[in-house]
Design a protein around this ligand. Structure first.
Ligand code: ATP
Ligand code: MG
Length: 336
């Protein structure tokens, strides 16, 4: 049976980008068609300046939002990365097959290290090695598919390279995974800065729709989205990124095609205002049940604890033999 692994970092409040690019598909499709594991990847949250209490809080919130989005712990496995030691164990082995240059070429490392430096913070070594830990997350479970947003495809490619290299050099048996992406909204852009990806850890929040924003706040952020002053409505990600972003968000919410939506708006002579209003309404409606379910789950922390405890036990049982085999393959002496 196909196995799926994916995760979300507790580095901030989850955004519409996280939902449309990843969570929604996990909940609506992935968990029902494959043996799936979904993880709050908390170790990854320590790669940038962090406040321990906040990471703890955000980890619970992320897990709760994953269930609120529709992940069913009877159907899939939901757990926290740091509860399963195998991630860190395997990461070290993979550091011994990865090269320094390979890590420095990662786009996300370049972006995030530049941001850390600009804000006067040092660059943590773990930010450089982060993609290796991510490879370990995936390979420990023998995942065939990794449903992610567009920004993570480079890291999944690296995971494939490391797995192939390990298999070749040490006769390992890692499954070679592949990234899957949603047809639209694989890269939701910041509503105020359509040149950059909407990201939950970004400091300027006006262009970011958080899943737990109040409906009027969501509507206001969408209505104030930056577009352009060209006439007519066309779908062109390069030339008209702000407009294309709104069209993709609306398409993702309604199951329509962005180009078809653009053509309909253009033909109707309707301006950006109407598009923004419809998009705002669609996003508010899409998030309404998720917010309600999150509120219910937050009222019952004991239930969430149980889900995460069972999830970690299931995950550990899958990962342990794979990682033990990798230890042996690399030449580490088994304990007597
Ligand atoms: P950070 O700013 O800390 O990197 P993030 O918003 O990028 O946070 P991640 O935890 O890195 O979130 O990613 C979780 C999942 O959400 C990944 O599959 C990622 O590809 C996806 N994702 C993140 N941002 C977007 C976006 N703007 N559009 C589509 N998918 C996204
Ligand atoms: Mg990210």
């Amino acid at each position: 049976m196909t196995r799926i692994f994916s995760g979300v970092k507790p580095t901030g409040h989850l955004t519409l980008g996280n939902y449309l690019g990843a969570l929604r598909r996990w909940a609506e499709e992935d968990q029902y068609r494959a043996e799936s594991l979904f993880c709050v990847v908390d170790l990854h949250a320590l790669t940038v300046e962090h406040d321990p209490a906040r990471v703890r809080r955000l980890s619970r919130q992320a897990a709760s939002l994953m269930l609120a989005a529709g992940l069913d712990p009877q159907v899939c496995t939901v757990f926290v990365q740091s509860h399963v030691d195998e991630h860190a164990r395997l990461s070290y082995l993979l550091e011994c097959v990865a090269s320094d240059g390979e890590m420095r070429r990662m786009i996300q490392y370049k972006e995030k290290s530049a941001r850390a430096q600009a804000s006067g913070q040092g660059v943590r070594l773990s930010l450089l090695t982060y993609p290796v830990l991510m490879a370990a997350d995936i390979l420990a479970y023998g995942a065939d598919e990794v449903p992610v947003g567009e920004d993570q495809t480079q890291h999944v490619e690296l995971t494939r390279d490391l797995a192939e290299r390990f298999n070749q050099r040490y006769g390992g048996a890692f499954v070679i995974p592949r990234a899957t992406q949603p047809a639209v909204a694989a890269r939701v852009m910041d509503l105020q800065d359509p040149a950059s990806k909407m990201g939950k850890s970004h400091e300027a929040t006006a262009g970011i729709v958080y899943l737990l924003d109040e409906p009027d706040v969501v509507a206001k952020k969408v209505m104030r989205a930056v577009t352009d002053s060209e006439p007519g409505v066309t779908y062109d990600r390069e030339a008209r990124p702000g407009l294309a972003n709104l069209l993709e968000i609306l398409a993702s919410c309604t199951g329509k095609e962005p180009a078809a939506l653009a053509a309909a708006y253009d033909a109707g002579g309707l301006g950006f205002g109407a598009l923004k209003r419809e998009t705002a309404d669609a996003v508010v409606e899409l998030l309404r049940p998720l917010r309600a379910r999150h509120a219910e789950l937050s009222a019952d922390p004991g239930y969430m604890d149980g889900v995460l405890r069972e999830g970690a036990a299931r995950a550990r049982a899958i990962a342990r033999p794979t990682v033990d085999a990798a230890y042996r393959a690399m030449g580490l002496l088994p304990p007597a």
